[in-house]
Design a protein around this ligand. Structure first.
Ligand SMILES: [Zn+2]
Length: 483
């Protein structure tokens, strides 16, 4: 780090609430949320009076929800004053901040569609573009690009959650984080993670190459004890590396999977190979890299409820679904200054679990990791819905499958699924295993029975093949004008 960066790091470090988490603390992430709530109660008279006039030592779920609803009202006031999109939206809907007193009141606020954000990103800005410290761009489904702006306070709060999350999974200053994302990924989480580590005083190393020798050397030189990265990439490196060395001897304490759905079969194999737990982190560009972080219980991801209010709704009716039930995840930012998003539809299908958690966290809700994006689902046969993660689940359970891509085509009235599979051990036996595994997915077996889906096809490929390398999407639907 240069002098300027070091000074910046000191200033940012000073502002992090993560540094106020007591040394001995069983649930750093939840404690961090409690600190945030207590600070808000200290500053906000309206909220303080609502909970009985003083700042509580112990934050209960009831108090925490009052904190969240208070922040929704404050965020709405901020949006009315500064964010053109919501100023108009709230006026049209006739909804005012003071109308929001209960969780059910939230449904009075109109939903925001990602397409609105893609088409009019600037109208979501709470400050002028020149005051944004960083702007991220992410592709939308309609071909427009969504631009998300972060002010310095927004960025500090993103670093803060990463810091608390790393504490939560057991990292200390004696540990070293190895960052493992492939080079081709659309935006670079490595930079953000290394930046966060620098500020926090953690050691880190980065290797973006599939070259296993380089991965191994980098980890050994850095004395890595934690790994974070894209699960498909970690899986590939694991498969190749475990032929050379016993990965259990490397002393990795935990592996963190992020930016992609982690299938349970992939998780089991990575855990087996390294002899440590693989924990899932979920985030999205709109709200930050770490929106929800799994604990060792591996039963739902602890969500950053200090900065986000999550709702699960029935996408057809817009009504809230009961705790534990699946629906569309809708998120309201609670402390945003740059891009402000209120009741933003993520198009992710997920569920929320009520506290407590087996780890002892007592007020924080957990997210059952999104099973798939609504816009990434395919319909096959008689309208059966299929998500890419369903194939991950069955295919990565097969030992010899390193990676795969799939295509859906139409032949006559049959939907045809062709799997391009990367393996070291091609042959009839593996082909049969793959066909059986895919056919065991209910949507496929139903389709086969109805005679609307053909028996899945398997082609073994060379990973260096340009045609295969060009397939960046896991599943490509080549049926024309198919709904
Ligand atoms: Zn937990």
């Amino acid at each position: 780090m240069g002098f300027r960066e070091s000074m910046m790091a000191i200033i940012v470090r000073h502002k992090l609430l993560a540094n106020q988490i007591p040394k001995k603390c069983n649930h750093p992430l939840e404690e961090w949320m409690a600190i945030k709530a207590r600070n808000t109660i200290k500053k906000g008279r309206e909220l303080r009076e609502e909970i009985g006039g003083s700042v509580p030592d112990h934050i209960t779920r009831e108090i925490f929800e009052k904190y969240q609803l208070y922040r929704v009202r404050e965020q709405m006031k901020y949006a009315e004053a500064n964010v053109p999109f919501y100023r108009n939206r709230f006026k049209e809907a006739g909804v005012r901040p003071e109308d929001i007193r209960t969780y059910d009141d939230l449904t009075k606020i109109p939903l925001t569609d990602p397409n609105d954000l893609a088409e009019k990103s600037m109208l979501f800005y709470g400050v002028s573009a020149t005051k944004m410290l960083r702007e991220f761009t992410t592709s939308g489904t309609t071909g427009h690009f969504k631009t998300i702006g972060y002010t310095s306070n927004d960025l500090i709060s993103k670093i803060d959650i990463v810091a608390s999350a790393l504490r939560d999974i057991g990292m200390t200053k004696k540990d070293s984080l190895h960052v493992m994302f492939p080079m081709v990924i659309a935006w670079d989480p490595s930079l953000m993670l290394v930046g966060a580590c620098n500020i926090l005083g953690y050691d880190s190393s980065v290797c973006s190459e599939a070259d296993i020798e380089k991965q191994l050397t980098t980890m050994r030189e850095a004395k890595s004890t934690y790994i974070i990265g894209l699960p498909s990439f970690i899986y590939r490196v694991t498969k190749l590396l475990s032929k050379e060395v016993d990965l259990k001897t490397l002393g990795i304490k935990r592996i963190i999977s992020t930016s992609e759905p982690l299938s349970e079969s992939m998780r089991a194999q990575i855990q087996d190979a390294w002899g440590c737990k693989v924990l899932d982190v979920w985030g999205m560009t709109e709200f930050g890299l770490a929106c929800a972080v799994e604990c060792d219980e591996q039963n739902g991801l602890h969500t950053d409820e200090a900065n986000m209010l999550m709702e699960i709704i029935n996408p057809e009716t817009g009504e809230h679904v009961p705790a534990g039930e699946k629906g569309e995840l809708v998120i309201t930012a609670l402390n945003a200054e740059g891009t402000v998003l209120i009741r933003y539809c993520t198009h992710d299908i997920a569920a929320l679990l009520d506290p407590p958690c087996g780890c002892g966290a007592h007020f924080n809700k957990r997210l059952v990791k999104p099973s798939g994006r609504m816009d990434l689902q395919f319909k096959i046969g008689y309208g059966h819905k299929v998500f890419p993660v369903m194939f991950d689940e069955v295919l990565f359970a097969i030992k010899d499958v390193i990676d795969y891509r799939a295509e859906i085509t139409l032949e006559g009235y049959h939907d045809v699924l062709t799997f391009y599979v990367e393996t070291d051990n091609p042959g009839k036996e593996l082909e049969k295993q793959i066909v059986d595994a895919v056919s065991s997915i209910m949507a496929i077996s139903d389709g086969l029975e109805e005679d609307l889906v053909a028996v899945p096809r398997v082609k073994f490929v060379d990973p260096e093949d340009d045609d295969y390398k060009g397939k960046t999407k896991k599943i490509t639907d080549l049926r024309e004008n198919y709904d």
